[in-house]
Design a protein around this ligand. Structure first.
Ligand code: NCD
Length: 339
């Protein structure tokens, strides 16, 4: 039996039983949602619950997938995306704003440009009489734990006939220094056996020492290279990221040579036939759209997986996971898992 979830702030607390349970839940509920009867049953699970989506930092996928994940379960949503429309412009503090949200809703999903604000919101909740769970949907350059969960699901599912993530070689390419998705995904890798990581980045955008130290502590081997061509043939998965240009202070991103750090029909043939290409999206020039038609391109499926994994996270927070396992036997005809 996996542990419970309340706040989701970073990757701490995500052990292998919990990750396996979330992946299993995701697959089950996707199957249930395929029929109208199943979709309506899911909507009956949390029609009394309300969620706040607080997204002062830009977002397309994470916002939409959480919004729709809530609706899959019947949860009603409120949102603030532009802080200019909230009392922040009157000088209300972050803590008072968060406490106000908690007066009206049962869960808060938040994305902020600052690192550490989700943790601060969770600490605040733990001091007030009616705490609600905080889900970090991206905090500065630091963490993006729910993206890491959907990435883990995508990897596990893609390798389901080959032993899952265990034993795989995963390349992470791009702006590893300022990309929160790769940082969170690296931390999750401590739960898998025999994984090897290859960081592919120009030196100024190399993975930060804190993550490398964490990997070393957990005995996860990694190497670093600035040459994609050297790494490509060894990879089971290539996780591509964009330059995080919004963090530039003096045009640092201009030094990026995309010729060296992009995937296109020309270098695709160096990748194993059964490898996969992932990207948290949005993409820049680092993946040629011509790659989209290659069966190894997994990023659009990864994006769709995001909504279902977020449904699973909400179910787990509201402690309804057992309902899914019983619903699966009520509304699902016996048969293979959905593709
Ligand atoms: C990522 C993010 O916001 O960190 N996007 C996402 O949530 N899918 C990746 C990025 O913006 O590069």
């Amino acid at each position: 039996m996996a542990g419970q979830l309340f706040h989701v702030i970073d990757t701490q607390g995500f052990d292998r039983p919990l990750l396996d349970e979330l992946c299993e839940l995701t697959t089950r509920l996707r199957g249930i949602a395929k029929t109208q009867e199943g979709a309506l049953a899911l909507q009956q699970l949390l029609p009394h619950a309300r969620a706040m989506l607080y997204f002062p930092q830009p977002s397309t996928r994470t916002f939409l997938s959480f919004n729709n994940a809530c609706h899959v379960l019947g949860i009603r949503t409120s949102e603030i995306r532009d802080p200019a429309t909230s009392s922040e412009v009157k000088g209300e503090t972050f803590d008072d704003s968060l406490r106000t949200f908690s007066s009206y809703v049962d869960v808060i999903v938040m994305r902020t440009p600052e690192a550490g604000y989700a943790a601060r919101a969770a600490a605040l909740m733990d001091r007030i009489p009616r705490p609600v769970p905080i889900i970090n949907a991206g905090s500065g350059k630091d963490q993006h734990p729910t993206q890491a969960l959907l990435d883990v699901y995508t990897l596990e599912r893609s390798f389901s006939l080959r032993g899952g993530i265990d034993g795989k070689v995963i390349g992470m390419m791009g702006d590893l220094k300022r990309g929160r998705t790769v940082r969170s995904l690296c931390s999750m890798m401590r739960n898998y056996r025999g994984v090897r990581l290859i960081f592919i980045a120009p030196e100024p955008f190399a993975m930060e020492p804190d993550i490398k130290a964490q990997l070393a502590r957990h005995g996860i081997p990694f190497t670093e290279t600035a040459r994609l061509a050297e790494a490509l043939p060894a990879l089971d998965a290539l996780y591509v990221t964009r330059m995080q240009t919004e963090w530039d202070t003096a045009g640092e991103s201009r030094s990026m040579d995309y010729g060296q750090f992009s995937i296109h029909p020309g270098n695709l043939r160096q990748l194993k036939a059964d490898a996969i290409i992932m990207h948290p999206l949005p993409r820049g020039p680092e993946i040629d759209p011509a790659v989209d038609n290659d069966p190894r391109a997994m990023y659009w499926r990864q994006e769709r997986n995001g909504m279902w994994m977020r449904v699973a996270i909400l179910l787990k927070i509201f402690r309804l996971e057992d309902r899914i396992f019983s619903l699966a036997s009520e509304v699902l005809p016996a048969g293979p898992d959905p593709p």
